[in-house]
Design a protein around this ligand. Structure first.
Ligand code: FAD
Ligand code: FMN
Length: 771
């Protein structure tokens, strides 16, 4: 094959090498505009896994790179005058220039022609080549010349950064966060050879303008950065080698992924095809692995077209995975000021777990001592003190630290999320509810929620939903509350709601959100809603509420709250999520009113806030209240967005809410949720750290590690688990045993079971080690 690699960065050079290794008869040229020793950028880092891939492809290049590696294990985080050091992170770095020279030497040795100082203006001059590789980097001219073919999706991010170097040797991977009068500015630095370090400075655009960096040339920018970070530079200068950049050397990172990686005989590779944010340092890895994969496929597939198709499939998937981790990391830096109120240990923990690829237990493996210090700090912060059920000198995992809201102390951070069981008759909870909730209270969770309990008969979702509007219901609930208090250490919260437009439907397993059969026992009942907008074309059109309806609903909530207090509930939650009545007021998707209850968010909040204020006034001031909201309608700007959710949380905080239960969705059949592990936790994080109110996170949190990571990183104060508690009422006790934590509240009656369970876990762990 006659191959032209246009752009002599890692992608172009390594692809040439990989092809020659597979067949020395290929005729390959690499065209590069720079001189061989002239490159931008400083160091790059690689993981052990990337090095292993390189070794399998070409041991010689891998050895040459390895011989030049600077290794380090520690991460130093300088924040608020403290340096937090955590170890065991295992990185290796090499100078970009050195790496390119190794690749150039190897390419020449294999007979590849290298042409330097030649600008490529397009593919036309390379028409007689069988294969053209567009390896011309993130500003690829070849990609830009044909956007219809390559369909680039380019998202230019808001932060500013500059890639500098310095002779100051940072032996650890070093983050430095400095507060200036114009906001925070920070550095990602590490040593990549015997005497040079990479020094990337990053800040928001606001800070960048405030510091005058928008008007500064490279020299002036360097002077400003040297002054800001002088305490960390030991009189060493900062250096730039970004001569290829015209004007400012400050950049905005473009996240790029192309819809198509190939067109005719042209294939995109490396940054030309996709990018990964520098804060997870994987761009070079992607470029090199692209090269290996395509070289393999071109030698195993029957045609170039088939190889291209498979290359695109394999690499796009890999890129999407990496970009998802990179997005979390990048957004953490973009939203940095959300976290700067944290104490240094939590700030460092949040930074280290930002991509959600490193979890609590990963950190324990890397640096047990440091993680224990964070756990000790976390336990110390816990408002109610940590002595309750903690053995002396035993630091509890975050999930087993107590938490206080007003005068309610919960013994740990696990919450049994509200879950409809559709098993009541005439709204009266029965033995099923007693056994169901009782078992979950005995299962060790700190707080157990009732399912959505309705404030009027017509406010029920289904005929099987419980209520709290009659004396009989009140007595039945009191029995459950008394049981919980007498036989477990759990607190119990009542979730009160009104179904609104989603009412009068079948019980869950007979047809979720489906209207009742007209000829059934109950028939359908009239629905109330802010506006006559049916939940779906199958559901009834609700009646638009009048002022009198609002008064009635408000009064019903208040009466239910008074009953909940008489039952002895420890907390009450107002359900304003998932498209039910109060949620239907909040979202513009179902609130089409033109009076003072519709329109702007401030108006849409008016009725839910009014109900909340009335409930708060009726609920004892020493008992806490929560509000469950849908923090994202998942329909884009047309519905509630996470930005709106922060405003909603602020409004309820002001009205006296103690905690926001941060759910999402179920407000529209048009919603397009993005599922994944802990997928709603980012909304909780935003609300907690921007609105300054405690939060409960919920949604696909199912592992011990998820819970500890969420809590220690300050993304929520409590974690609600719903489906895991349907599968395992003893989830919390099992989690304690898994972590070797002795302080969990096993019922005395079950202690022999605990002993055996723990022994079996220990035995299974031993056997796993032996295998
Ligand atoms: C601040 C920063 C820090 C980074 N840190 C890391 C890290 O630690 N680890 C990591 O793996 N990655 C890191 N990266 C990413 C990494 O630099 C890129 O992902 C990687 O270089 C991609 O390789 P490439 O060959 O595709 O593109 P490039 O390295 O950009 O190479 C493209 C080459 O094409 C040449 N070229 C471009 N246009 C033309 C033209 N018209 N004619 C002729 N030649 C042309 C360029 O001169 C260049 O040599 C970082 C990036 C930045 C911005
Ligand atoms: C069977 C079932 C019933 C539910 N009923 C309610 C409810 O009554 N009130 C409520 O706010 N959420 C309800 N939810 C939502 C859960 O509380 C929780 O937010 C959701 O299941 C996501 O958590 P998970 O991933 O841990 O299951 C219900 C969920 C399930 C699975």
């Amino acid at each position: 094959m006659k191959i032209a690699c246009l752009g002599g960065g890692p992608a172009g050079l390594y692809f040439g090498i990989s092809m020659k290794l597979r067949d020395p008869n290929h005729e390959i040229v690499v065209v590069e505009r720079n001189r061989p020793y002239d490159t931008f950028g400083w160091g790059v880092v690689f993981s052990d896994q990337t090095m292993e891939n390189l070794r399998l492809n070409d041991p010689k290049t891998a050895d040459a790179i390895l011989a030049e590696f600077a290794h380090w294990d520690d991460i130093d985080i300088h924040f608020k005058g403290e340096c937090v050091t955590s170890t065991g992170h295992g990185f290796a770095g090499i100078g970009r220039k050195r790496m390119l020279n190794i690749l150039q030497d190897r390419a020449q040795e294999l007979g590849i022609e290298l042409i330097f100082e030649q600008e490529v203006d397009g593919v036309d001059a390379y028409k007689d080549y069988d294969l053209i590789v567009a390896s011309d980097g993130l500003n690829s001219k070849i990609r830009s010349a044909n956007p219809e073919a390559f369909q680039p999706d380019i998202d230019t991010r808001p932060n500013k950064f500059i890639w500098l170097g310095t002779k100051k040797k940072y032996d650890a991977f070093t983050f430095i966060f400095e507060e200036t009068e114009h906001g925070w500015i920070w550095v990602h630095a590490y040593k990549f050879d015997a005497d040079t370090s990479t020094f990337i400075v990053e800040c928001t655009e606001k800070t960048w303008r405030g510091l005058g960096l928008d008007k500064a040339d490279t020299e002036q920018s360097i002077a400003i950065c040297e002054e800001i970070f002088k305490d960390y530079l030991d009189c060493n200068a900062l250096m730039s080698n970004a001569r290829h950049l015209r004007g400012s050397a400050w950049l905005n990172f473009p996240r790029i992924n192309c819809g198509t990686y190939h067109h005719d005989n042209v294939v995109l590779m490396g940054d030309a095809a996709h990018t990964a944010h520098f804060s997870i340092g994987s761009g070079t890895k992607l470029a090199l692995e692209d090269a290996i994969v395509l070289a393999d496929l071109l030698h195993s597939e029957d045609s170039m077209e088939a190889a291209f198709t498979q290359y695109q499939e394999a690499r796009r998937l890999e890129v999407l995975k990496l970009q998802s981790a990179a997005r979390n990391s990048m957004e953490w830096f973009e939203e940095l000021e959300r976290y700067t109120h944290f104490d240094p240990p939590q700030f460092a923990y949040s930074l280290l777990t930002r991509s959600q690829r490193v979890s609590h237990e990963n950190l324990r493996l890397r640096d047990k001592e440091w993680l224990t210090s964070v756990e000790r700090w976390f336990a110390g912060k816990s408002a109610a003190g940590v002595t309750a059920n903690t053995a002396a000198n035993d630091v509890p995992p975050p999930m087993f630290t107590p938490f206080r809201l007003r005068q309610m102390d919960v013994m740990n951070r696990i919450v049994v999320s509200p879950m409809a069981t559709y098993s009541a008759t005439d709204g009266i909870p029965n033995d099923f509810h007693l056994v169901h909730l009782g078992a979950r209270a005995q299962g060790g969770a700190g707080l157990v929620f009732t399912e959505m309990t309705c404030v009027t008969p017509a406010g029920r979702i289904t005929p099987g939903c419980p209520g709290l509007y009659s004396d009989e219901q009140e007595a039945a609930w009191k029995r459950i509350v008394d049981y919980t208090h007498q036989w477990s250490g759990a607190k119990i919260a009542m979730q009160l709601g009104h179904s609104g437009p989603k009412g009068s439907t079948k019980i869950g397993w007979e047809g979720m959100d489906q209207p009742l059969d007209e000829d059934g026992d109950e028939g359908n009942w009239e629905l109330l809603a802010p506006s006559p907008v049916p939940w779906s074309p199958n559901n009834q059109t609700p009646r638009e509420m009048t002022e009198a309806d609002m008064d009635d609903v408000e009064a019903a909530f208040v009466q239910a709250v008074e009953r909940a207090d008489r039952c002895g509930f420890d907390m009450v939650e107002m359900h304003a999520a998932h498209g039910y009545l109060l949620s239907a007021f909040l979202t513009p998707l179902t609130n089409k009113r033109v009076d003072e209850y519709g329109g702007l968010l401030e108006n849409r909040l008016r009725f839910p806030l009014r109900v909340f204020a009335a409930m708060r006034a009726a609920w004892p001031s020493d008992k806490p209240m929560s509000v469950r909201i849908s923090a994202n309608d998942w329909v884009g700007e047309e519905g509630i967005t996470p930005d709106d959710a922060v405003e909603i949380a602020r409004a309820f905080k002001q009205a006296g809410a103690d905690i926001i239960d941060v759910s999402a969705g179920q407000t529209s059949i048009q919603a397009k949720p993005v599922y994944g592990r802990m997928f709603q936790t980012p909304f909780s994080d935003r609300i907690r750290n921007e609105a300054g109110i405690a939060t409960m996170a919920v949604g696909n949190i199912f592992e011990v590690d998820h819970v500890n990571s969420i809590l220690a990183a300050g993304r929520a104060d409590l974690c609600c688990l719903a489906r895991p508690h349907l599968a395992d009422p003893y989830w919390t006790l099992h989690a304690a045993a898994e972590q070797g934590y002795q302080g969990a509240a096993w019922p005395n009656q079950y202690l022999p079971g605990r002993d055996q369970y723990e022994r079996n876990l220990a035995r299974a762990a031993d056997m796993a080690i032996q295998v």
